[in-house]
Design a protein around this ligand. Sequence first.
Ligand code: NDP
Length: 327
Amino acid sequence: MFKGVLIEKDDAGYRASVKTLDEAQLPEGNVTVRVSHSTLNYKDGLAITGKGPVVRTFPMVPGIDLVGVVEDSTHPEYKAGDAVVLNGWGVGEVHWGGLAQKARLNGDWLVPLPAAFTPQQAMAIGTAGYTAMLCVLALERHGVQPGDGEILVTGAAGGVGSVAIAVLAKLGYTVVAATGRTQDADYLKALGAAEVVDRALFSSPGKPLGKERWAGAVDVVGSHVLANVCATTKYRGVVAACGLAAGMDLPATVAPFILRGVTLAGVDSVMCPRADRLLAWQRLASDLDLAKLGQISREVGLAEAIPLADSLLRGEVRGRIVVDVNR
Ligand code: NDP
């Protein structure tokens, strides 16, 4: 038997609670993992509260991230005792996830825990941090370099935003942080932001083109914010878009793309191929200051993750939440 958060949906409604589960209930998979830590991402917030259609089958153990030790494996690359990390692949959505003391998974989804990180640090990074790195890699792939000018990071005080700022600053970029929490300017500057701007500057319907400012951007917000970011990106600049914190819509025109050669680079972490995942984790090991990771994250127990899901969706959680599933 093991403890886990279970999401149920039936005539009594949609609810999440900590339950004692039987190993026989675990889904199919060729690797069983004794989970030590999971995290709370935006998508986990949607799953736990039911505010977004993230969970496709019920009952479901949420948690799109986990770190732990292999207990049992028939996968050729993993044996008992190996430390592993999982991010995405529909885990916590269609396959039981990380917010539990045990998980059974397809070994192809796992990556070895990088030697540079403790289990807690790997989860302080989690999907949010690994996605931030995928965004940085997208900027690089499209030719953005530190000398090109300012890089805007939206949703700056959230999980993806916080890690993106820390990584970009360490790589030598001049980072401008857009946030609804300007009172957290000291936190954002400590992570490496050169300037903090109010997200209200980007939140209303804007013009097709504005004054050129950004050499690149990492956007987690979508909607008018993404449209305004594209409209103010410099000639041949690059915008890496990964999120929808303000909405899934994109009320933009093609003007930035056809008149300024701006690139809108989409970033997905869930189905991201293994080679790109390994590269992202390798780059996090070299390009993320671990001391900053301590400022970005805090740890909670399994039961605390449930009420925090709602706070996270309201934009009240700063940085990253690590969940100790054995607490
Ligand atoms: P967080 O909740 O930690 O951060 C989101 C941040 O967005 C908030 O902290 C807030 O930042 C800002 N925000 C929230 N609501 C609004 C709003 N209505 N208007 C403008 N800004 C808002 O989430 P994550 O960092 O974990 O994820 C961010 C987004 O990225 C989510 O939409 C998530 O689904 C997406 N994502 C996508 C992935 C992919 O594979 N494509 C992977 C990981 C995340 P502030 O207070 O600083 O303004």
